[in-house]
Write a protein that binds this ligand. Sequence first.
Ligand code: C2E
Ligand code: CA
Ligand code: CA
Ligand code: CA
Length: 281
Amino acid sequence: AKGSGKSGWRRYQSDLHTAMVQRLEMRTALHEAIEREQFVLQYQPIVELADQRVTGVEALVRWQHPSRGLLSPFFFVEAAEESGAIVGIGSWVIREALRQFARWRVGNPQTTLRYVSVNVSARQFRTVDFVDQIRRALDESGARPQWLLLEITESLVLRDAEKVLADLKALRAMGVRIAIDDFGTGYSSLSYLRQMPVDVLKLDKSFIDDILTSRQQHALVDAIVTLSHNLDLAVVAEGIEEVGQRAALDAMGCRYGQGYHFAKPLWPADIPALAVAPSAR
Ligand code: C2E
Ligand code: CA
Ligand code: CA
Ligand code: CA
């Protein structure tokens, strides 16, 4: 039978060994990549649905691998989370995004950019000095706290709520805003979230995908948008790919959106030209 006998056991051991070696190699590679400054950021515009004005950008990390080329987070974020390398990577991401954003903003009053959104992994958020890290990064970059939006996940808010809650309050007292990323993929409810110091809901792409084809999905998103507004939460619809989705969300009163319909993640050099008033484009 499968897996029985000596050869099955050996195969199991050797698979396990391979997996361990791969994990170790990945871990070493990720730490080297930090030291060699191989991570880079792209920025995806977040727009006002009414007039397509670019109000913010989300920083998205990529690994500029010397032999494999530009790697998407799909290939390394999970491994980085497991090995703890995400703490170092994430700290760099915050510093780099704030440095870049301050360059776009300072001395440029006509820009439409109001904030940069940064993804924070649960492991990174739970480091003891996370709030201090943010404070230092803001000081170093000269960026205002209001320019920073931190994207966290529902599961982070649900687990060890005490410490997370205290840190979220401290960040908000500084002026930093908080978004719940991928809303709808987890188990939290809007009424629970309302007790949390949160400013923005990012509605997951899986919710947006079917709003034109499913009446139920349309009704659900409509209800979430209305309820969020009643709770003073701003809503960003993620993964808008079609003009019809943009129009439907706009008609629901959803104010912000992000997706390939507007722009893919872009290199920093391409952002300033987009961040001007729609009439000036
Ligand atoms: P996310 O935070 O949900 O980011 C949105 C992802 O959806 C991005 O993928 C973006 O390129 C993609 N996307 C945006 N609009 C569309 C669309 O219209 N259609 C489709 N099909 N996709 C769209 P990306 O850049 O590959 O990032 C994947 C995930 O990796 C992110 O999902 C986020 O969870 C994680 N990630 C990215 N950067 C960081 C980071 O600096 N730190 C941490 N911890 N995680 C990150
Ligand atoms: Ca995100
Ligand atoms: Ca998301
Ligand atoms: Ca997502």
